[in-house]
Write a protein that binds this ligand. Structure first.
Ligand SMILES: Nc1nc2c(ncn2[C@@H]2O[C@H](COP(=O)(O)OP(=O)(O)OP(=O)(O)O)[C@@H](O)[C@H]2O)c(=O)[nH]1
Ligand SMILES: [Mg+2]
Length: 203
């Protein structure tokens, strides 16, 4: 049985709070965004403690006329609605992860998905930095605080953080972490960095 508590228990987190099994839990909505094929679905799949909801559809030759297929690395499916997963970060904080679709034709959905989110984790491919400019602009337009998670694909050289910051024109306090979206621990570390930053900002 889940019920709402009468008093706030997690200072600084403007999010839904519930009492479950006697403990107050704060449910935090986090947006996982990034351009096409950057690894959003992989990221949520690697970390969700529930079977992740995914809405993958096969990419067809017909869709190739409208979709961006560059840099796909043998990818055969694409997200057509959203990814959803959950991660209990601590006894008190539960993250609800909403992954956006990456194809430009679905970008109108992002604004709706951003509503109520405490912040965003922006996945970035270091080999396709320019593709992240529009993503960062949109998240800033929605007024969401964010952290950058550089998804390090195999074989790509690691880039210096300073060069990435300059290329992406980031503020000094915007967190930048390197992750492997396929790796649970690495994905958890990226989310922890984001949540710490959001808490700092809130307080
Ligand atoms: N080598 C390597 N491959 C990765 C990594 N992360 C994701 N991939 C692969 O990259 C491809 C894209 O991953 P997805 O998770 O589908 O990307 P997405 O951002 O959800 O894609 P869309 O929803 O279509 O925008 C898949 O083939 C993954 O297996 C990584 O860190 N290293
Ligand atoms: Mg996807």
């Amino acid at each position: 049985m889940v019920s709402r508590p009468s008093s706030a228990d997690a200072p600084g987190l403007d999010a839904q709070q519930y009492v479950q099994g006697g403990a107050t839990q704060t449910a935090v909505k986090i947006l996982v965004v990034g351009h096409f094929a950057v690894g959003k679905t992989t990221f949520i799949g690697s970390i969700s403690e529930i079977e992740p909801l995914s809405t993958e559809e096969t990419m067809t030759r017909v869709a190739a006329a409208v979709d961006d297929l560059k840099g796909v690395r043998g990818k055969t499916t694409t997200t057509v609605a959203m990814d959803f997963g959950r991660l209990t970060l601590s006894e008190r904080v539960v993250l609800y992860l909403f992954g956006t679709p990456g194809q430009l034709r679905f970008v109108q959905m992002w604004e709706d998905m951003a509503r109520g989110a405490l912040g965003a984790l922006i996945l970035v491919d270091p080999e396709r930095l320019a593709d992240s400019f529009a993503v960062i602009d949109l998240i800033e337009q929605y007024g969401l605080d964010y952290a950058i998670a550089v998804n390090h694909f195999d074989g790509n050289p690691l880039r210096a953080e300073a060069a990435l910051r300059e290329a992406l024109d980031l503020l000094d306090d915007t967190p930048v972490v390197t992750c492997d979206a396929r790796d649970e621990k690495s994905s958890a570390a990226a989310l922890t960095t984001l949540v710490r930053y959001l808490l700092d900002r809130a307080s």
